[in-house]
Design a protein around this ligand. Structure first.
Ligand code: UTP
Length: 409
């Protein structure tokens, strides 16, 4: 793209401020900026002044039953047999979503590098790799693991995992890909510059992972290996079970398009997205989108009607991901503190939120599926997210749960 074309594109969406410092840039910097403008997706700008999509009056929302823990236990041997066969036949893969910025934790490195150990190092990545290895040791076959990073944390993540020899997992089964970025705007919707020759951008959320994976050509890798089921999971749950045999088996046996691990909510107002049915499709309604009825209604046994919260651990049919990848997903916007260069070219690090970041969310992928299997797990055994330094979902609570599960820290 040349200068004239860039100007035309920016005039069309009212963003010509991005070329404000163009004349002061070196030839190399000019080329980079024009490249960024060429790649710029401005379709989300229409979102500003309009809230996120919530449950609307016209939506038909119904509760969804899960395969419960007692039901799973009663059929564990059968499910594990199916899961074992799938792993041994190379039909499963796993995607570690590690492109987030972990701002709440306030740790200046990729979140997986966080050491939750007390007497010896125990990194979050280590917890995950060892949990996956427990499955592959039992099956006697490895599962390809695809690690999604972002432009911001890629090099550090790769170097760290290589330095630690993937915590005993064979490197030949680990592939990396970098997620896409989305531009950031000020509160009036003007895209910001992070430097005179660079657009301010942030990782585009965890919902674009399959798109980014395809862009990196890894769909070909899935095909070559014959992977039919792909799990996707968060980096920050230190008790995360990955492709565990009973989960694989139950989802495969059900023939659902997606399996989702869920936990029973501890209270009606717990801040967790709930898996339900919306307009005939499986769907996750975020806690802030729930109506009063959805929060409070109980069934005849006294259990919450909408009680199954998701823990960001899914198993998708690859064929369904291929169908869904071209469908539009809602973009979510959040007010954040975004460093930028002002009109005089001075770098500013704001103390309060000054703009918006835009994200696609994996929970919106569920609606693109036709059928789902909510699969209940015991939160004390499988859910210990590290989101904050202290308090709820923190390093402290995760350590306590690891110890409760017999992990020596
Ligand atoms: P969170 O929603 O907790 O976001 O991510 P975060 O960026 O890690 O943390 P905060 O909100 O800034 O404190 C849930 C999962 O999705 C991944 C994260 O790495 C984590 O595994 N994620 C999030 C991505 O892979 N990419 C993103 O752009 C955002």
């Amino acid at each position: 793209m040349n200068y004239k074309e860039a100007l035309k594109k920016l005039e069309a969406c009212g963003q010509t401020q991005l070329l404000r410092f163009y004349d002061t840039l070196s030839e190399e910097e000019k080329k980079e900026l024009l490249g960024e403008i060429e790649a710029l997706d401005t379709s989300f700008l229409s979102l500003i002044d309009r809230p996120d999509e919530a449950v609307s009056k016209d939506d038909v929302v119904e509760p969804l039953n899960a395969l419960t823990i007692p039901e799973i236990e009663a059929r564990r041997a059968e499910f594990e047999e199916i899961g074992l066969k799938a792993v041994r036949e190379g039909k499963t893969g796993a995607v570690l979503l590690a492109g987030g910025q972990g701002t709440r934790l306030g740790f200046d490195h990729p979140k997986g590098m966080y050491d939750v150990g007390l007497t010896k190092p125990r990194y979050i990545f280590q917890c995950l790799f060892e949990n996956l290895k427990a499955v592959t040791d039992r099956a006697g076959a490895y599962i390809p693991l695809y690690v999604m990073t972002s432009k911001i944390n890629h090099d550090e993540t790769v170097a760290f995992l290589k330095e630690h020899a993937f915590f005993g997992y064979p490197g030949a089964y680990v592939r990396f890909f970098v997620q896409d970025m989305a531009p950031c705007t000020d509160l009036a919707g003007r895209i910001l510059l992070s430097a005179p020759g660079h657009i301010a951008q942030s990782p585009n959320g965890n919902g674009g992972w399959y798109h980014s994976m395809k862009k990196a050509g890894l769909d070909e890798d899935l095909k070559a290996r014959g992977v039919e089921y792909l799990s996707a999971f968060a980096v920050d749950n230190v008790l995360q079970r990955i492709n565990d045999l009973a989960f694989l088996g139950a989802v495969i046996e059900s023939d659902a398009d997606v399996g989702a691990k869920v936990v029973s909510k501890v209270s009606p107002t717990e801040r967790v997205g709930v898996l339900c049915k919306k307009n005939g499709h499986p769907s996750i309604v975020e806690y802030y989108e729930m109506t009063d009825d959805m929060i409070r209604l109980r069934d005849e046994k006294g259990d919450l009607l909408y009680r199954y919260g998701v823990i960001l651990n899914y198993l998708f049919k690859v064929s369904k991901l291929d169908e869904a990848v071209s469908k539009r997903m809602p973009v979510h916007m959040a007010e954040k503190k975004i460093p930028y260069v002002d009109e005089q070219g001075r770098f500013v690090k704001p103390e309060t939120p000054n703009g918006y970041k835009f994200e696609l969310l994996i929970l919106d992928m569920i609606q693109l599926m036709d059928t789902s299997l909510p699969y209940e797990v015991d939160r004390e055994k499988e859910f210990a997210p590290v989101k904050n330094a202290t308090g709820t979902d923190s390093v402290e609570s995760a350590r306590a749960l690891l110890q409760k599960n017999g992990v020596v820290l």
